[in-house]
Design a protein around this ligand. Structure first.
Ligand SMILES: *[C@@H]1O[C@H](CO)[C@@H](O)[C@H](O)[C@H]1NC(C)=O
Ligand SMILES: *[C@@H]1O[C@H](CO)[C@@H](O)[C@H](O)[C@H]1NC(C)=O
Ligand SMILES: *[C@@H]1O[C@H](CO)[C@@H](O)[C@H](O)[C@H]1NC(C)=O
Ligand SMILES: *[C@@H]1O[C@H](CO)[C@@H](O)[C@H](O)[C@H]1NC(C)=O
Length: 427
């Protein structure tokens, strides 16, 4: 498998594609992780009763990690950004169970989860991830799915305890596979993914390194309809001011209704919440006109996010938001060492809880995420249209310059995706 070693997003077609995380040992061992973001259905919720405080705690720590990662990525370039913090955290929570010693400590620290580590409760963190996923998917009609699968070379021995934990906490399927037969392995994995995704993802991988030993696939998918769908008849072409010198013409969606909004006077930005159905929302953060978005960029923290959602108030608004699609890839092995996770990518990696083989290390972590924002809501029926009070002039919220967005689960404040749009015409 050829994985890029740049952190810059690759601009490709918009078909839902996987993102991939790979692990390699010298020339003999290689694991690859995939994460798909595509059309999928609900994961069956579990039975356990989550402890609210602690899940929120995990969400908040995940968000801190997300914001740190975001700042690292945004430090590399000034282009569009889109990724799924939850998906990355979850993949590394699995690696947490695989690792020991310094590697384990670094992952804990990198993910901001040190405070949740209890010597007497080694399974607390994976348990919390499990409960968080259950809580998010509790809502029967929500189309959010996250799943994990592990493909192992036949002769390669994975420790039973690791395998059991993968099953218990991530409902991960573990499949033995003959990677020496590359074509058959590709076919098998693609067929597996196709089934898992109800036929929506058919060609997930096209090539595999024949030395591959282990493949971990992590999938996440969210399909949301707006609570208040935009009327596509009102979508019109309008200018989007990328910077002082560049203006793009974009399809601008329009809606007038009551929305939750707030003004961040300190950062000089306005915030708008666009609710999806089923307890998920998109929060748009728009720097004031003339305000350099990079200054707001630096102010994006978990604390700030909490502040924004706490201060939202409902107001009648005329909203203009561009339609856009983003497909972004990141090779995180270049960024994560800067966030303290270095040993897992080096010969001193300690993955001894996964296997007796002491020469395992991670070589590549490629993350890929796809989003499409358009007018649609799944069913108009669920939309509670708030009547417009006559004679009061609505305020406007026009997203016609670079902005930030966050897709999060409201009850837990769990950040599913986050991104930045500098140029909506570049996917
Ligand atoms: C999910 O977690 C939130 C925050 O902790 C809590 O308020 C809510 O009751 C939980 N929902 C379910 C269905 O457990
Ligand atoms: C992994 O970490 C454990 C616990 O610190 C240690 O006992 C073991 O020797 C380490 N193994 C390797 C290969 O570093
Ligand atoms: C959009 O315009 C078409 C043609 O004029 C009309 O039939 C349709 O009802 C309109 N849709 C909405 C949501 O207003
Ligand atoms: C699903 O989410 C919606 C919107 O937050 C809420 O009104 C509804 O009660 C939830 N249903 C369940 C079963 O939790």
């Amino acid at each position: 498998m050829r994985l890029s070693d740049t952190v810059l997003p690759k601009l490709k077609g918009c078909a839902p594609k996987p993102f991939q995380i790979g692990i390699m040992v010298g020339h003999k061992m290689k694991m690859t992780f995939f994460v798909i973001l595509t059309y999928l259905c609900l994961l069956a919720p579990g039975q356990a009763q989550p402890s609210g405080d602690t899940i929120s705690d995990l969400s908040f720590k995940n968000m801190d990690f997300a914001m740190n990662l975001y700042r690292k990525i945004s430090g590399y370039h000034d282009k569009n950004i889109f990724f799924s913090p939850l998906s990355i955290s979850t993949s590394f929570a699995a690696l947490l169970m695989a690792s020991d010693g310094v590697t384990h400590e670094e992952i804990l620290k990198g993910l901001n989860l040190e405070q949740l580590e209890r010597a007497d409760q080694p399974e607390l963190i994976p348990k919390l991830f499990q409960l968080l996923h259950e809580n998010i998917t509790q809502n029967g009609s929500l189309k959010l799915d996250q799943g994990m699968a592990l493909f192992i070379r036949q002769q390669f021995v994975v420790k039973k305890t690791f395998e059991d934990k993968m099953k218990e906490f991530f409902e991960a399927d573990i499949k033995s596979i003959n990677f020496a037969d590359t074509q058959e392995s590709i076919r098998f994995i693609n067929e597996y993914i196709k089934q898992k995704t109800e036929g929506k993802v058919t060609e997930m991988i096209s090539s595999l390194d024949e030395q591959i030993q282990l493949l971990l696939i992590n999938t996440i998918f969210f399909q949301g309809g707006w609570q208040l769908p935009f009327n596509s008849n009102l979508t019109h072409t309008a200018p989007f001011y990328i910077n002082n010198y560049n203006i793009a013409q974009v399809p601008m969606m329009f809606i007038e209704d009551k929305f939750y909004t707030m003004e961040d006077m300190r950062l000089r930005a306005r915030v708008l919440r666009l609710p999806y159905q089923e307890g998920i929302s998109m929060l748009i953060v728009l720097p004031d006109k003339g305000r350099d978005y990079t200054v707001v960029d630096d102010g994006i923290t978990a604390e700030q996010f909490r502040f924004w959602i706490k201060k939202l108030t409902k107001t009648k608004l005329e909203v203009n938001v561009p339609k856009f699609k983003l497909e972004q890839s990141y090779s995180l092995q270049n960024i994560l060492p800067e966030m303290g996770m270095a040993s897992i990518f080096s010969t001193s990696a300690n993955l001894t809880k996964l296997s007796e083989d002491e020469s395992l290390m991670v070589s590549e972590v490629l993350h890929k995420a796809v989003i499409e924002v358009d007018e649609t809501g799944t069913t108009a029926a669920a939309a509670t249209t708030v009547s417009i009070i006559p004679y009061s002039l609505p305020r406007t919220f026009v997203v016609n310059r670079p902005f930030f967005f966050f897709i999060y689960h409201e009850d837990t404040n769990c950040l599913l995706f986050m991104g930045r749009v500098i140029d909506p015409t570049k996917n």
